[in-house]
Design a protein around this ligand. Structure first.
Ligand SMILES: [Zn+2]
Length: 125
């Protein structure tokens, strides 16, 4: 499954660049784009491809976006996402990592039972 490994490598590169700071510069058109804000999901269009990556098992699930409703369902608070490799369900939660109030910076995380982020989503370009 070489293509998946290439996709993974690209995604982890993006992750490495974006994990150090919340305010990283806008993407210059890399192979993928992290989906962490409501507006990211609202921008998804039919035909877009989203990958759900499990960091615990390095597994990737590809999702074909068919309509906007489906895109918004992907990030619904409390949604459980099953990882067949970990044999666990992870939960979609929204929080404000900056801790500041009055700032619309809510971000999605997908966490395990201990509340640790285990998965993330990205849009393939
Ligand atoms: Zn997993």
């Amino acid at each position: 499954m070489k293509p998946i490994h290439l996709i993974l490598a690209a995604i982890f590169t993006v992750l490495a660049f974006s994990s150090s700071a919340n305010a990283y510069p806008p993407s210059k058109g890399g192979p993928s784009e992290m989906l962490s804000k409501k507006s990211d999901f609202e921008k998804l269009k039919p035909g877009d491809k989203v990958v759900i990556v499990c960091k615990a098992s390095n597994s990737v699930t590809l999702v074909d976006i068919k309509d906007k409703n489906q895109a918004m369902q992907l990030c619904a608070e409390g949604k459980m996402i099953h990882c067949s490799d970990c044999k666990k369900d992870f939960k979609v939660v929204w929080g404000n990592p900056s801790g500041k109030t009055g700032v619309p910076s809510y971000k999605m995380s997908i966490v395990n039972a201990k509340g640790e982020p285990c998965m993330f989503m990205a849009r393939l370009k």
